[in-house]
Design a protein around this ligand. Structure first.
Ligand SMILES: Cc1cc2nc3c(=O)[nH]c(=O)nc-3n(C[C@H](O)[C@H](O)[C@H](O)COP(=O)(O)O)c2cc1C
Length: 222
């Protein structure tokens, strides 16, 4: 593969926030997971474990998660960021407003933005959800390795025409996820990846995010 082809794949991938109902064939999901496993990890520990739903299991999970989001209390295994300041706050706001503008939520419309946020818990109607966990004893490095796995999963999926969205929002209900899927307490639930085929007509999928220029992120020495 040339870098030009890889760049095309990287540019084509985006977070999908409206899915069609049709499922991804099991063989393709297996290929995506196997491809994602090729990322590097410290000591080749491969800390990722994936709890992956399809069909009626996704629908049952969606219903239970929505109920939890309406009645439960969030409690992520991995502490959420304590704040976003400076450029990080700017970038966060920019992508948030791009989403709200795309779906017609105006500034100050708290009910509208809350309603859009709640779509996280219906998994944006995706037919599949993958819950990613890492051994607690591996700490931040396990999470780092799993970040690579998540990125590769989204790219491998994109290469097969499968749309994805990583979701920290789902992991915010970690105690519920441990109970619901019987995920051992010695594993940190890091995020979910909801995936399927994109509803390309949906306004939530009509915008794209920007990236900072290379000179903004590299401190060149020599
Ligand atoms: C670890 C992680 C967690 C994320 N959690 C959420 C989430 O809970 N809800 C959401 O709508 N998007 C979530 N996203 C998607 C980001 O908002 C998105 O990747 C970012 O805005 C860049 O846009 P792009 O993926 O379309 O390139 C998450 C992404 C990552 C990598």
């Amino acid at each position: 593969m040339t870098l030009t082809e890889l760049e095309a794949l990287l540019s084509a991938r985006h977070s999908c926030r409206a899915f069609r109902a049709d499922p991804v064939p099991r063989a393709e999901i297996e290929r995506i997971v196997a491809a994602a496993c090729r990322v590097p990890s410290w000591c080749n520990a491969q800390p990722w474990q994936v709890t992956l739903t399809s069909g009626a299991e996704t629908d049952a999970f969606r219903a239970a998660l929505m109920n939890e989001a309406m009645t439960g209390t969030p409690g992520p295994d991995l502490a959420f960021p304590s704040g976003y300041s400076g450029v990080y706050q700017d970038r966060r706001r920019t992508c948030g407003w791009a989403l709200y503008e795309a779906v017609g939520v105006e500034k100050g419309d708290r009910a509208g933005s809350a309603e859009q946020m709640m779509k996280n818990f219906s998994l944006f109607d995706a037919p599949h959800c993958a819950i990613i966990s890492s051994p607690a004893e591996l700490g931040g490095y396990g999470a780092m390795d799993c970040g690579g796995f998540v990125a590769a999963f989204t790219l491998a999926a994109q290469a097969l025409g499968v749309a994805t969205i990583p979701q920290a929002a789902v992991a915010s209900y970690a105690p519920f996820l441990h109970r619901y899927f019987d995920i051992p307490e010695d594993r940190l639930i890091l995020c979910a990846i909801s995936f399927g085929y994109a509803d390309t007509e949906h306004p939530a999928n009509s915008f794209r995010t920007e990236r900072a220029a290379v000179d903004e992120i590299v401190d060149w020495r020599g």
